[in-house]
Write a protein of this length. Structure first.
Length: 390
């Protein structure tokens, strides 16, 4: 990261308001003054007195943090900043929280990144996705659809006549893999048996199909006309279809974990669909939508948008109670929530960093120099997924 970029990030952190700052300061210094007033004058150096005052202030702040809800925010705020500055010399990927590996794509292929910072190359994939429990990854490379285990060992390969793209492993027991060949939606069994490979629909848009949670047969996809259709891939029956919205074809689809809602990102809106494809609400976006990361709770989503002013990441409430608010601004290439929903991982191309954001968009940790971790030829690694949703 360049010195100018680092100083810009530090300036942004310093400008954040400390929760309960004024009240905590008043209470802390009252205690310090009282303690000093009770002390008899001594010949000890003035520097020692100042040290004692500082210790007392820190102890008081610690009590505030331990005993009050507002103080808990203060302690969290202080901890974030000490943590951010203490790991500047750590390897680029070190410091990811526990709870699964991150799938990333660079020019040199797909990699699995472990929380300890270790990386494993999985293959020369231009796009990839996890199996339901993170045991395997399915990737595409030209005309080939390939499944590998978490160490990169090839389990099966399926070759097609045309380029394949947007693979998606089913979310039940992993019995099926959906993918697109040109504009055709196809499904093959999770074993890769070519005899099970079949066409499901023609006229599919270039959007990753979304399997209903805990299902190996119900799949939602976008048509090239902008509609959203949910099908039973075993029988081929259409379960429901939602017509194209005002923004036409969706850019991304994601189910809530309880399978009650399907969220669709389009160029200037986010639509929330309920049972039978009924539109529950439409949330307008202030700029062109790019990427969608649905929070595990299903109540809000992180959405990257882009306009003449650059790329921004927004927190979009899905209940319609409030408007989208900005979490981050910068050239972002990939978003993913941690399994517990406490951290949003975003790939910040401008600064060659991955950032972990906490509530309110506060930077909890910055992983520096991530391009160098995969070799100079790989370039910047975009975030393609964080394994695995429960």
């Amino acid at each position: 990261m360049s010195p100018a970029t680092e100083e810009r990030l530090r300036s942004r952190l310093r400008e954040q308001t400390l929760p309960g700052e004024g009240e905590a300061a008043v209470r802390s210094w009252r205690v310090v003054e009282a303690a000093l007033a009770e002390r008899a004058p001594t010949g000890r150096p003035r520097r020692l007195v100042l040290r004692l005052a500082l210790v007392a202030a820190l102890l008081c702040a610690g009590l505030v943090a331990a005993l009050t809800p507002a103080g808990a925010e203060v302690g969290d705020w202080i901890g974030d900043r000490f943590a951010d500055g203490s790991d500047s010399a750590a390897p680029g990927f070190a410091g990811l929280p526990a709870g699964g590996s991150v799938l990333t794509i660079s020019r040199s292929g797909a990699y699995a990144i472990d929380p300890d910072g270790g990386s494993q190359r999985l293959g020369s994939f231009s796009d990839a996705g996890w199996s339901p429990h993170g045991v395997h990854v399915v990737g595409v490379d030209g005309r080939r659809l390939t499944a590998v285990d978490s160490t990169g060992i090839v389990k099966w390969t399926l070759a097609r006549r045309s380029r394949v793209h947007h693979p998606s492993w089913s979310t039940g027991l992993g019995y099926a893999v959906a993918y697109l060949e040109g504009g055709t939606l196809r499904v093959v069994e999770g074993t890769g048996d070519p005899d099970t490979d079949r066409r499901v629909r023609r006229g599919a848009a270039a959007v990753t199909p979304a399997w209903r949670p805990r299902s190996d047969r119900v799949l939602a996809y976008a048509t090239d006309g902008g509609a959203i259709e949910t099908v039973d891939v075993v029988t081929g029956r259409t379960l429901w279809q939602a017509p194209a919205g005002a923004s036409r074809a969706p850019l991304a689809l994601a189910w809530s974990r309880d399978a009650r809602r399907l969220v669709a990102l389009s160029s200037h809106s986010v639509r929330v669909l309920g049972a039978r494809g009924r539109v529950l609400r439409t949330i307008a976006l202030p700029a062109a939508g790019h990427e969608l990361a649905l929070h595990p709770s299903g109540r809000h989503a992180a959405v990257s948008v882009a306009d003449a002013g650059g790329t921004r990441v927004l927190d979009v409430p899905l209940d319609g109670a409030s408007r989208p608010r900005q979490l981050f601004q910068g050239d972002v290439d990939g978003l993913a929530w941690s399994r517990d929903g406490r951290r949003l991982l975003l790939a910040w191309r401008d600064a060659d960093e991955w950032l972990l954001l906490g509530p309110g968009g506060r930077v909890r940790k910055a992983l520096h120099g991530v391009s160098a971790e995969l070799g100079a030829a790989g370039g910047f690694p975009r975030v393609a997924g964080w394994c695995c949703p429960r």
